[in-house]
Design a protein around this ligand. Structure first.
Ligand code: RAM
Length: 511
């Protein structure tokens, strides 16, 4: 397989590259992790007081630093000899362990059983050969806590004389016009969403600044939506849309993810691609126009959107099946067929809008909408008022996507969406990403109060766990839920969890 490079798009993507903004953050306190069965993942953070420098470390000693908030950046530190000793006569070895949450630091690497590469542990050892020493770690870390352990066995003490993080983001949180939110919990949720989005806005919209640190199309759609209502970083959206258009697999599908600093930027295998993410390229383009009215960019990238629609349309058989796999959600054993049909219809309708905007032929799109609707409706059980898959599976996902596809009249959609939380099924939403689309379905049915209550309860529970940003997975019944069997490597600041800021802004405006 090969990668297609389309230079006119790549050039545009590069023209929207901007310098990042930097801030210096100094750790606030020294702290300890203390076992507590009532705390999230059984550990709470206890503060020992403000950090004061110099901080003295003997062999075998360690210190836990709390930076006071989530940081994304590079660690800088300085060391010196201490006390009566003029010369430290052997190198000093320090181990740095960074964590977005306590369990990430507490969990021994030797006990790791996850499916992700263990290089994602945010840990490294550094030697300082001569004092005084001034150093910076090369890897960008995403963290609030930092454990420093003195690992060499030399008998002299050393002094940590300076330490700070040089944090980076494409945006400045203070540039967002303040909104008045009277409800205290909603205010906190809004601020945390904004912080989450800010941490993920880097050279591209990253899914998570700790992991995977790349542009994922499904995440981009939700980040961009939220960004339009907050930072308005249109250039970054354009950069991402053009990058995805510029580097493509041979079949012309847009890649589901793109590595911003690792040529050739995408993997050439079709097996990496989630077909629903390809379709969301259409939604991204539609949202972009709706929010900034830039018709020229839509015209420029229309062909890419069209190609995604055509690829899916060619692959679907009369029964609505395709050989391509969608993502939809991290719910195990989910039958995704109906969700994908719903997602296809949803994007077809948006595609029709941009096609109309550009005064192009609409008939064939209307035909497709009719055809896919009739396939999807075959799975609607009128007696039960539910969408049921061939295997008899009733998932929350199928109902939500059926509502969003617009296949039912409003009153039936309302009945259907009201049933979602009452369904007796193990096939439930597992990610804030899917939760976003549930909220959208509630909104589409005019159930705004219920939508905003869902934001409050779901994201409110995340806050109660002590998160500084919103995470990639959340299950109030299982603190250790992880799609990769690696809760210690879960991303605690994840793009697709940032949409409460979008919903709250929308809700306040339309209230
Ligand atoms: C993970 C990331 C990302 C998501 C994909 C499907 O690797 O969490 O956000 O879009 O999966």
């Amino acid at each position: 397989m090969a990668i297609i490079k389309i230079n006119k798009y790549i050039e545009k993507a590069n023209s929207y590259k901007r310098n990042l903004k930097t801030t210096k953050i100094i750790p606030k306190n020294t702290a300890e992790f203390v076992k507590d069965e009532n705390a999230f993942q059984n550990f709470k953070v206890v503060t020992n007081g403000e950090l004061s420098l110099p901080l003295i470390l003997n062999s075998g000693e360690s210190v836990l630093l709390d930076f006071g908030d989530h940081c994304v950046g590079y660690l800088n530190y300085a060391l010196d000899s201490y006390g009566g000793l003029l010369i430290c006569d052997s190198p000093v070895k320090l181990k740095f362990s960074f964590g977005e949450f306590p369990y990430e630091i507490i969990k021994p690497e030797s006990e790791y059983t996850g499916v992700l590469g263990d290089g994602w542990f945010q840990r490294e050892e550094r030697l300082a050969a001569m004092m005084p020493y001034c150093g910076r770690l090369d890897r960008r870390y995403s963290f609030r806590y930092l454990l420093i352990e003195r690992k060499d066995n030399a008998l002299f003490p050393i002094a940590l004389t300076d330490i700070f993080a040089k944090c980076e983001s494409a945006v400045d949180i203070n540039s967002v016009t303040t909104v008045e939110i009277k409800d205290e919990l909603l205010r906190k949720i809004y601020d945390t969403s904004l912080k989450t989005l800010k941490e993920c806005e880097q050279d591209v919209f990253e899914d998570g600044p700790k992991r995977d640190r790349r542009l994922w199309l499904g995440d981009l759609r939700l980040q961009a939506l939220t960004d339009y209502k907050t930072f308005k970083n249109y250039d970054l959206v354009k950069r991402c849309l053009y990058l995805l258009a510029g580097y493509r697999v041979e079949s012309k599908k847009v890649s589901s993810c793109l590595f911003p600093n690792s040529p050739p930027y995408i993997d050439d295998m079709d097996s990496w691609i989630y077909i629903d993410y390809c379709l969301f390229y259409v939604a991204c383009l539609y949202d972009y126009y709706e929010n900034c009215g830039d018709k020229e960019t839509v015209a420029d990238l229309y062909e890419v959107a069209l190609e995604q629609i055509e690829i899916v349309s060619k692959s679907l058989n009369d029964n609505g099946e395709t050989e391509y796999k969608p993502f939809v959600d991290w719910c195990p054993d989910l039958d995704k067929k109906l969700s994908l049909l719903g997602i296809y219809l949803y994007n077809l309708r948006l595609f029709k809008e941009i096609t109309q905007l550009l005064c192009k032929e609409l008939d064939w799109i209307e035909c497709k909408i009719e055809n896919i609707s009739s396939i999807l409706l075959r799975y609607y059980n009128h007696d039960k008022g539910l969408f049921i898959s061939e295997s008899g599976q009733v998932s929350q996902h199928s109902q939500i996507w059926a509502v969003l596809s617009g296949v039912l009249p409003l009153n039936e959609s309302i009945n259907l969406i009201n049933r979602v939380e009452l369904l007796d099924t193990e096939f439930t939403m597992r990610t804030p990403y899917m939760m976003h689309y549930y909220i959208e379905a509630l909104y589409k049915c005019g159930l705004k109060e219920k939508a905003i209550d869902t934001v409050k309860t779901t994201w409110g529970k995340m806050l109660a766990c002590g998160y500084d940003c919103f995470p990639e997975v959340f299950n109030e019944k299982n603190d250790f839920e992880s799609p990769y069997n690696a809760p210690e490597l879960n991303s605690a600041c994840h793009a697709w969890s940032c949409t409460p800021a979008y919903w709250i802004k929308r809700y306040l405006k339309e209230e």
